[in-house]
Design a protein around this ligand. Structure first.
Ligand code: NAD
Ligand code: 0WE
Length: 263
């Protein structure tokens, strides 16, 4: 199909082959997009460089999204390497580990709140502002990753819930602000996937099993399925869609009450 031929994409948030960013990058590449990547911290440099090479990319930059100057250099370097930008993928989230277990009320410190909001939500605004002058007039697309905890309390997700709520509101404000320039801004709210960011979480296995029992499709979702939805949202096929949160979760979020099997 190659519905992303001619498109140039910057993907932020690649850490391993389990990363949702990897599923997205592979789908974008399959549909013909040219890619640039960033990674956080020197330790990831070689791994991300090797993964980028598998997708025919040598445009790889270090960027901690807490650093405004690093964001400017990343976006400038990527736009220079690709000759402009059409797509920005933001697949970054972080809160201090101590805040992600136990009582929300007790675990949510001022510092954990600040860090979660800064890295998980504000970074979308900062990256989008840096990308704005480079995004192709009339066809730019920005995509971020959210989770159901934005709307509903889930065990241990804690301070990340308000951070995702803030991220989803930022999607709507950015969409309204940049729509006049033809830049679309959307999010995918993915079901739980065993990535590095999820792996260390107590009770993750039980959550994956619960979703697989409860979701309308009676299974979880993969990073590849998120990647395919991302490729659509970032393409001209989705030119009428902006400010939207698209659920890629096997339908889990629509269930009101699960019915135990009776037969
Ligand atoms: P992951 O660990 O593979 O990716 C998270 C990325 O965030 C990593 O690449 C990490 O380097 C990056 N990151 C964290 N702090 C950073 C910083 N200061 N500067 C730059 N990069 C930083 O895990 P993932 O599950 O692929 O997460 C990607 C996105 O998907 C996150 O926004 C996450 O909240 C969201 N999400 C994940 C799930 C899930 O169950 N895995 C479900 C829904 C949404
Ligand atoms: O958004 C996420 C990942 C959030 C996350 C995870 C970590 C673990 C390591 C943010 N910051 C950190 N900081 C660390 O030090 N997900 C949707 C995956 C996830 O995270 C959970 C989940 C699920 C699912 C946390 C608690 C409960 C469930």
């Amino acid at each position: 199909m190659s519905f992303l031929a001619t498109k140039r994409a910057l993907v932020v948030g690649l850490a391993s082959k389990r990363s949702i960013a990897w599923g997205i990058a592979r789908s974008l590449h399959r549909e013909g997009a040219r890619l640039a990547f960033s990674y956080q911290g020197e330790k990831l440099a070689n791994r991300v460089r090797d993964m980028a090479a598998e997708l025919d990319s040598t445009a790889v930059f270090e960027c901690d999204v807490a650093d405004d100057q690093a964001i400017e250099q990343l976006v400038g370097g990527s736009a220079a390497a690709l000759g402009g930008l059409d797509i920005l993928v933001h697949s970054v989230g972080f809160a201090p580990r101590e805040a992600l277990c136990g009582s929300f009320t007790e675990a949510t410190t001022r510092e954990a709140w600040r860090i979660a909001q800064d890295i998980s939500a504000y970074s979308l605004v900062a990256l989008t502002r840096a990308a704005r002058p480079h995004l192709a007039a009339g066809a730019g697309s920005v995509l971020t990753l959210s989770y159901l905890g934005a709307l509903r309390p889930l065990p241990n997700y804690n301070v990340m819930g308000p951070a995702k709520a803030s991220l989803e509101a930022a999607v709507r404000f950015l969409a309204q602000d940049l729509g006049a320039e033809g830049i679309r801004v959307n999010a995918i709210s993915a079901g739980p996937i065993k990535t590095l960011a999820a792996a260390g979480i107590a009770g993750l296995r039980g959550m994956l099993e619960h979703v697989a029992k409860t979701a309308p499709l009676r299974r979880g979702v993969s990073a590849e399925e998120v990647g395919d939805a991302a490729a659509f949202l970032c393409s001209d096929l989705a030119r009428g869609i902006t400010g939207e949160i698209l659920y890629v979760d096997a339908g889990y979020n629509i269930v009101g009450m699960a019915f135990p099997k009776t037969d």
